[in-house]
Design a protein around this ligand. Structure first.
Ligand code: GLU
Length: 328
């Protein structure tokens, strides 16, 4: 059964922006007869107690979900299996060790890349732009002796050799396109993205792709701060499916415009009463139901129980601009 999902990171309390996106994810799944799943993205920066608080707040604004939420921290065998599948299909070097620091990458990426259609000179030509932090391939093709020397100094991250996996000449740059309900076709360059970080944590992009495939997710709803990740995730999902000999799903994306504070920056806890708990503490009249109604209105939807909003839900009619929050 095709599924939609909401995938919070348990780094703290959900704020209005998170709750609003979660409501859209629920409506999008329910309106299309999909299963709705919750996935806890707890590979990183976990705050004790945050998961339970997030689930309680999601339930309080009216979300329900199918089955138990899954936790990424319990799924590491699947991420290892994905790396093994890519290596089995394309050779051991299809996933290679990288010893670069962020500083190394910034320095290498800012060096002129003459003749490379992927660099900033492509601006205005309609070509996909090189995203910030684009990895220039410094550690691709290190010899085993060079790797051994670097391993003694710094633990390695693992990166995918995108050109090799895409069947392009060495150093080539694949592009990929994701279809988004609000943003249209989004095309991006695919660099040698990190699959496992050098602190041993599995990388966000790999975990999302592996889990969405394993969970039958073909509808991805999340904040539009992650729009840039969509083409690379599409590409990785297709690569993984091909390596396993499986068909790749046709995934629909819906990147929801963010909630901004009065200064035009992304809403954050420091912007005052922006969580259910803080709102209720400020004014007991702000029950979870009233907050839900206000969030529905901000989405151009009728106030009331979510199940009542689902039949008329049209994702294409959602506001395309951020919601500037200056108080409820
Ligand atoms: N865990 C991410 C977040 O809380 C969302 C990732 C995703 O939906 O792909 O922003």
């Amino acid at each position: 059964m095709p599924a939609g999902r909401y995938a919070p990171s348990p780094t703290g309390t959900l704020h209005l922006g998170n709750l609003r996106t979660a409501i859209v994810a629920w409506l999008a799944a329910r309106a299309t007869g999909r299963t709705f799943l919750l996935r806890i993205e707890d590979l990183d920066r976990v705050r004790s107690g945050a998961e339970a608080g997030q689930l309680a707040d999601l339930a309080a604004v009216g979300l329900d979900w199918d089955g138990e939420p899954v936790r990424q921290s319990e799924r590491t065998a699947r991420y290892e299996e994905a790396v093994a599948a890519l290596r089995a299909a394309h050779g051991a070097d299809a996933v290679y060790e990288c010893f670069c620091s962020r500083k190394d990458i910034a320095a290498a990426s800012s060096a002129p890349q003459t003749g490379d259609p992927a660099d900033g000179d492509a601006r205005g030509t309609g070509a996909p732009l090189r995203p910030p932090g684009f990895y220039p391939g410094t550690c691709r093709g290190l010899t085993e002796a060079e790797r051994a020397a670097r391993r003694a100094v710094r633990p390695a991250a693992l990166r995918i050799d995108a050109a090799r996996v895409a069947g392009l000449p060495a150093g080539g740059t694949p592009t990929a396109t994701a279809g988004d309900v609000l943003h249209g076709e989004v095309t991006g360059l695919v660099d040698d993205l990190v699959l496992r970080r050098n602190d041993g944590a599995w990388a966000y992009n790999l975990a999302v792709v592996v889990d969405d495939l394993a969970q039958g997710v073909d509808q991805v709803v999340r904040g539009d701060d992650l729009l840039d990740s969509a083409p690379r995730q599409r590409w990785l999902a297709a690569a993984l499916c091909a390596a396993r000999g499986e068909p790749a799903p046709q995934t629909t994306y819906l990147h929801v415009p963010l909630v901004l504070n009065a200064e035009g920056r992304r809403l954050a806890k420091r912007d005052g009463a922006v969580t259910l708990e803080d709102l209720a503490a400020q004014d007991p009249a702000w029950t979870p139901e009233r907050v839900r109604d206000r969030l529905l209105e901000s989405l151009g939807l009728p106030a009331g129980p979510l199940a009542a909003a689902a039949p008329a839900f049209d994702p294409a009619a959602l506001p395309r601009d951020p919601w500037v929050f200056t108080g409820l």
